[in-house]
Design a protein around this ligand. Structure first.
Ligand SMILES: Nc1ncnc2c1ncn2[C@@H]1O[C@H](COP(=O)(O)OP(=O)(O)OP(=O)(O)O)[C@@H](O)[C@H]1O
Length: 489
């Protein structure tokens, strides 16, 4: 199975996660489906060249671009705008009231955002049975597939991507008071640029089959990746309440729990940025384990390593930045401003040989009486040694860790981090000592209507299912190439 097939299979396999993310199909939804007009159903079932939905007469729908839990995204031509757009067709008839209001919330959030690196909402149409979000088209699709294609990105390409995402995040955090909460490779889209092959391309000596990313043009891009566009605001949340929506002017009047809520929730995006940067640089996410509970526990403790040999040729400066982002304590984690000050981001040529910052790995125990961040305790811990992928274990080198999939690892990261919020919104989760990763994972995000328990412990508990998540990277991955290099014939 090729790596791409593996990832695709995986994506298919984790589709149920999306149901969890948005909440299982509502009890009443069957009823509402019953009253759905036949016309609408026909439209949805229509897979022919000309796809028609009631209310979308001003568009000519072309091919399908992607699927969501309750939606399909199509490329479409807008007769009014005289250009191609993306139309997210959401099956309203399958949703309960809460879920429908979640769509309105997403739309309201998108409406207040104008940024070059965030997908623009061009129009919103509500029909009897469908919602339609008319969006700026990101013709390149998901950055996810590019990571798979190139196995990993060069530092300059990774920087090109992450800086644009960070620009968008800075805008969300500082200008809009919005936390995205779902930054992951599937939600990072891009506009393509022409691929210009590197003349006389020679792969790096240690990576003989690393694909050519082509000529990189600063400010334009490389590897066919131009402008980055963040999409999917279904998880996003306004963290400034309406009364305190001015970032600087009113924050002094805000109660500590509001300030904390804002601070901690924003830092969730920085954690995600760290996961993404790590993934782009080496081709796999920072946290992985065959066992989901152990995986979750690693995330909670921030147990990751810059594994050799994958990280051997990656600059110390890049590692330093990743470590600052993947810092468990949200108060210590880099915020967006620190991110932009980092030498690796500023492109300062002097890469640090000895990182100025030693990654800190915390084991956080939460006092049962704790209700504020000040009462929390953070114990320093030795960095754990990872034994799962050893230099000599060639068998394990040929398989990616079974849960080492971008989506799942990110999802665990999110759930665990979210539940580490020592703030009012998450107080419930912290009202008693957290005993295990499972306790963290199953926490509901009570402050948000449409989010819910998202990690499928049960789905992954038997090995058969786990296999479908396992990617055989023997033929195409960096893993096998680098393992081969260590064990020359
Ligand atoms: N503006 C766009 N341009 C190009 N492709 C897009 C665009 N928006 C979405 N897509 C494609 O459609 C897929 C699904 O879209 P999106 O992430 O918005 O839905 P979702 O969040 O998964 O759905 P839901 O909100 O129902 O769970 C994306 O992963 C991407 O491949």
């Amino acid at each position: 199975m090729s790596i791409l097939t593996g990832f695709r299979k995986f994506i298919k396999a984790v589709k149920p996660n999306k149901d969890r993310k948005k909440g299982k199909k509502a009890l009443g939804s069957e009823k509402s489906a019953d009253i759905t007009s036949q016309q609408s159903r026909n439209a949805e079932a229509d897979s022919s060249e000309s796809i028609h939905f009631p209310g979308l007469e001003k568009f000519q729908l072309k091919e399908k671009l992607g699927d969501g839990a309750y939606s399909k995204v199509y490329k479409a031509y807008s007769f009014e705008l005289e250009k191609d757009v993306a139309v997210k067709v959401i099956r309203k008839y399958e949703m309960n009231l809460k879920q429908r209001s979640g769509v309105h919330k997403e739309v309201n959030i998108l409406r207040r955002i104008q940024h070059k690196n965030i997908v623009t909402l061009l129009d919103f149409i509500e029909a009897d049975d469908f919602f339609y979000l008319v969006l700026e088209l990101a013709e390149g699709g998901e950055i996810f597939h590019k990571i798979v294609y190139f196995t990993y990105f060069s530092e300059q390409l990774a920087r090109h991507v992450i800086v644009q995402i960070a620009d968008a995040i800075q805008h969300l955090h500082d200008v809009c008071g919005i936390v995205h909460r779902d930054i992951k490779p599937e939600n990072v889209l891009f506009k393509p640029i022409p691929f210009r092959p590197t003349e006389g391309y020679q792969p790096p000596p240690l990576d003989p089959i690393k694909r050519d990313e082509g000529v990189f043009t600063p400010g334009v891009g490389g590897g066919g990746i131009g402008k980055i566009l963040i999409g999917d605001f279904g998880f996003s949340k306004v963290v400034w309440n309406t009364k305190t929506s001015t970032p600087c002017g009113t924050v002094g009047y805000a109660a500590p729990e509001i300030v904390n809520d804002e601070l901690y929730s924003k830092n969730v995006d920085m954690w995600a940025l760290g996961c993404l940067l790590h993934t782009m640089l080496c081709g796999f996410p920072p946290f992985f384990d065959d066992n989901v509970k152990l995986l979750a526990s690693k995330v909670v403790k921030g147990e990751f390593e810059f594994l050799s040999p994958w990280w051997d040729n990656i600059s110390e400066s890049a590692k330093d930045l990743v470590a600052h982002l993947l810092t468990v304590d949200p108060r210590e984690r880099y915020d967006i401003h620190q991110f932009f000050q980092h030498p690796w981001i500023r492109g300062e040529p002097k890469m640090l040989l000895v990182p100025s910052h030693k990654p800190k790995f915390y084991s956080r125990s939460i006092d049962s009486t704790s209700s504020s961040p000040g009462r929390m305790t953070s114990d320093f811990k030795e960095r754990p040694k990872r034994t799962m992928v050893s230099r000599t274990s060639s068998a394990s080198m040929h398989k990616s860790p079974s849960i080492t999939t971008l989506s799942d690892a990110m999802m665990v990261a999110y759930d665990a981090r979210r539940s580490n919020f020592p703030n009012s919104q998450h107080k419930k989760a912290h009202s008693s000592r957290i005993n295990s990763a499972a306790d963290l994972i199953v926490e509901e995000d009570s402050g948000d209507e449409q989010t819910g328990t998202s990690f499928p412990f049960s789905d992954l508990s038997n090995s058969d299912e786990r296999d479908s998540f396992q990617l055989d990277l023997a033929q195409s991955s960096l893993i096998s190439r680098r393992s081969a290099r260590r064990n020359p014939m």
